[in-house]
Design a protein around this ligand. Structure first.
Ligand SMILES: NC(=O)c1ccc[n+]([C@@H]2O[C@H](COP(=O)([O-])OP(=O)(O)OC[C@H]3O[C@@H](n4cnc5c(N)ncnc54)[C@H](O)[C@@H]3O)[C@@H](O)[C@H]2O)c1
Length: 464
């Protein structure tokens, strides 16, 4: 399939449809490929936004430049991706030399704004990984940069695209439970996945904005989309009670720690070929240690988080995030004036899966094509009636199948109008990270925080 480059440019604008800008369509030749440049050749950059694009979409796009602050990892990343393009240690030089149509940002969260803003200023559309950014000042700067630019920003929210999340959206769109009034949402990270955030930069507030932002931005985006309104006020509690300084001992890093025999979290990165080649082999350059001790004193993020969010349409949300659960899964329940929807994934007691938590975590991260399909239930219980079970064919790999659907929409079916409104633009990116930023501030200030205190965005009663 060869699609003209102009269709991609149109699609990027459509994906960012929540911005105030009209769709721009540039008049390029019908056979020219979309020129893509990527900054951040870490795991997400080289796999999902790197090798996968080369493997799946080489007929319609080409990498024109790759950049990373670690030149050694950058060379490894280029080979891994299999891109025949130059590499750059300077982002602006890459953009001015290669003139990409689309810049993909997959760096550390707290740096996203730099490349989003510069990319827009230099005349490129930008696709950033979540979270859009990590604090309100950077958020406002991104909003202003996009307003001044005639280009667009899209945020790679993949969770919306999983069939299970989409089915919930469909039920809500069809007013299955009448007017939505309140939501309970609880996410449990297990001691593989949850712990992994505490081993590296995510454990430092200034790099990832805490899991309120780095992780929960996914959840808040889903909730904003499902509830179809924007958050207006947040009140939160949170603490660090398990990882970091709470550990019984600590070492320099995991691979040669003297406590190996006593530590349930021991992970020998030297036996993990992917992690060794991507991180250990390049740590001499920038000191980025992938297998830090998750009990190190410098960890300053929360490991338990709980919030109440009020939406502009008066829906209330009870939210929690746990990072040391024995299993990985989530539950959501929607209360409406005509009934209730309950949904969950990967709760072992409700499931007949025999996979271990380690295997489940590996599958979640895997981008391989083949997958085992599971039939997953959603309960619809109308007031005064017996409950019904709606079933969904769900996938495990690539974030529940969301990853590949998101990319297929961007690159393969750009003109298709999405009936579920799964595309996320700058306003969605902002609203989801602002809930986490407000939660952090609420904990610090011990009071509810209005979303309108944080940027010039005024929450809308209806999101779409
Ligand atoms: N949507 C999802 O499900 C999903 C999954 C994983 C990661 N992510 C996101 O992808 C991004 C990357 O995550 P990762 O796990 O690949 O991290 P990583 O640590 O593996 O990679 C980050 C890369 O960015 C580079 N970098 C850091 N600061 C830089 C700077 N100032 N200039 C240039 N390069 C810089 C690092 O050297 C590293 O190579 C994060 O924002 C993360 O939130 C999203």
């Amino acid at each position: 399939m060869t699609l003209p480059r102009r269709k991609f440019l149109t699609s990027i604008s459509m994906l960012a449809a929540s911005t105030a800008f009209p769709i721009h369509v540039l008049d390029f030749g019908r056979t020219e490929k979309l020129k893509v440049a990527l900054i951040g050749t870490g795991i997400r950059g080289i796999t999902f936004w790197g090798k996968r694009l080369v493997d799946e979409y080489s007929d319609i796009l080409e990498f024109v430049g790759l950049s990373d602050s670690n030149s050694s990892r950058l060379q490894y990343g280029k080979n891994y991706i299999g891109a025949a393009c130059p590499t750059f240690d300077n982002f602006e030089t890459m953009v001015s030399t290669t003139r990409p149509d689309l810049i993909i940002v997959t760096t550390v969260d707290a740096t996203h704004h730099e490349f989003i803003i510069k990319g827009l200023e230099m005349g490129c559309d930008v696709l950033t990984e979540k979270p859009m950014t990590t604090d309100e000042v950077k958020c406002q700067a991104i909003l202003e940069a996009e307003k001044k630019s005639n280009k667009n920003l899209i945020v790679g929210f993949n969770y919306r695209w999983s069939p299970y999340a989409t089915k919930i959206k469909e039920l809500l769109l069809n007013d299955t439970i009448g007017k939505l009034t309140s939501v309970d949402f609880h996410w449990y990270l297990n001691t593989y996945h949850g712990a992994s955030y505490f081993r590296r930069w995510h454990g430092e507030m200034e790099k990832g904005g805490s899991l309120w932002v780095h992780k929960a931005t996914h959840h808040f985006d889903l909730l904003n989309w499902w509830i179809d309104s924007e958050p207006s006020e947040v009140f939160a509690y949170g603490d660090l009670e398990f990882y970091g300084k709470n550990g019984p001992f600590r070492g320099k890093n995991c691979r040669d720690c003297e406590h190996t025999a006593n530590c349930d979290f021991h992970w020998d990165i030297l036996k993990d070929n992917t992690a060794k080649k991507l991180y250990v082999d390049h740590e001499h350059e920038d000191g980025y240690i992938r297998d830090n001790c998750l009990f190190r004193e410098e960890i300053d993020i929360y490991d338990k988080m709980s919030a109440q969010v009020k939406y502009a349409n008066n829906t209330t949300l009870n939210y929690s995030l746990t990072t040391y659960s024995p299993f990985e899964g989530w539950r959501v329940a929607f209360n409406g004036t005509e009934g209730r929807i309950e949904a969950w994934l990967d709760i072992p007691y409700n499931d007949n899966s025999k996979l271990s938590q380690e295997e489940l975590h590996a599958l979640e991260m895997d981008q391989a094509k083949s997958d085992t399909m599971n039939i997953e239930p959603i309960i619809v219980h109308k007031i005064w009636k017996d409950f019904e079970t709606v079933t969904v064919v769900a996938e495990k790999r690539g974030h529940g199948g969301g990853d590949r659907r998101l990319q297929n929409h961007i690159f393969k079916t750009p003109e298709k109008v999405d009936e579920f409104d799964r595309t996320a633009g700058i306003r969605d990116g902002a609203m989801s990270c602002l809930i986490g930023i407000a939660a952090r501030r609420s904990i610090e200030k011990e009071r509810p925080i209005k979303i309108s205190e944080l940027s010039d965005l005024k929450p809308k009663i209806k999101r779409s």
